[in-house]
Design a protein around this ligand. Structure first.
Ligand code: AMP
Length: 302
């Protein structure tokens, strides 16, 4: 069943209402997309877990600009959460999300239930080996997370069959793993990496930011500041020295840094010297009170 969601801002402007299709089940979504594909239309896909912010919207905008139809999915995927409390507390703001999506002319929202993504009897398990890409950083601290993430992205790609997939640099390691999955499975999908959108003070936008206590929200800009200051030390210090300095910098009351790694941006393995490779990224994960935040900054790209 397709449901139309009129763009209220559009109506308020006394213009024709822009309509977004909302599909809750796979068959309806696929028959809609098949019609577009038959006419030679290009489909762009932006998978999300909802609680949308301007970071998500920048992905949608890029897809809308480059494709005939943009599909955004909102699905809080239980298989990628290794902490039940985090899954339960994950913010869910569907009505607001729909208004935001229509404001950027998103064409289709796919809003499935768990039983639609993981129907009984369908084996969606993925048996891929991501090697060392998945054992460092997020893979080390969130065991099983990338298996669940790859499982849901593969399932969603099989459903949507997009020409292009839009993902954020914000989740740098996730993107590297999805790129590796597309290569291993020979899936002919163009993967676009979209820049990190930040709040005015530099904090990377995240659905989890709304859960930060106000006092800690102010302090959370320390992540992006430390990434920036670390980059400024590249001329005089080794990656290991900068890492050590950064961990100390991030160790303040209520903060618990899990890692600050300076790695080869392709292999995600630590580098000994900045001359080792042309493409380097610094990635960090820090507990800020009860909330775990991640951020990264490209230190070198040729
Ligand atoms: P999520 O809903 O957190 O799973 O994110 C959905 C997509 O939005 C992922 O590809 C993220 O990398 C991307 N994303 C999340 N936060 C940002 C941000 N601040 N800037 C750009 N993209 C983002």
């Amino acid at each position: 069943m397709a449901v139309f969601w009129p763009n209220l801002a559009f109506i308020a402007n006394a213009l024709l209402p822009f309509k977004m299709y909302l599909f809750k089940n796979v068959n309806d979504l696929q028959s809609h997309l098949n019609k577009i594909r038959k006419k030679g239309g290009k489909i762009g896909f932006v998978p999300t877990m909802g609680a949308l912010h301007h970071g998500h919207l920048s992905l949608i905008r890029q897809s809308v600009e480059a494709n005939d139809c943009t599909v955004c999915s909102i699905f809080v995927n239980p298989t990628q959460f290794n902490d039940d409390a985090d899954l339960e507390k994950y913010p869910r703001t569907v009505a607001k999300d729909m208004a935001m999506l229509t404001s950027v002319d998103n064409d289709v929202l796919f809003l499935p239930d768990v039983s639609e993504i993981y129907p009984p009897g369908l084996n969606t398990e993925l048996k891929l080996d991501f090697g060392e890409l998945a054992t460092v950083m997020e893979g080390y601290f969130r065991p099983g997370h990338f298996d669940g993430m790859a499982q849901v992205v593969k399932r969603l790609l099989d459903i949507v069959e997009p020409h292009s997939l839009y993902m954020g640099q914000k989740d740098f390691q996730q993107l590297a793993i999805v790129r590796n999955m597309l290569t291993q499975l020979k899936m002919p999908i163009n993967l676009e990496m979209c820049a990190i959108i930040r709040q005015e003070d530099g904090l990377a936008m995240s659905s989890r930011n709304v859960r930060l206590e106000p006092a800690l929200r102010e302090k959370a800009l320390l992540l992006s500041q430390t990434l920036q200051k670390g980059k400024a030390k590249m001329a005089t210090q080794t990656p290991a020295e900068i890492q050590q300095w950064a961990i100390k910098e991030l160790t303040i009351p209520s903060f618990k840094p899990e890692y600050f790694e300076i790695v080869n941006a392709i292999t995600l393995q630590p580098i000994e010297s900045f001359s080792d490779t042309d493409y380097v990224v610094a990635c960090t994960a820090v507990w800020v009170g009860e909330i775990r935040l991640i951020d990264n900054l490209i230190y070198k790209n040729k």
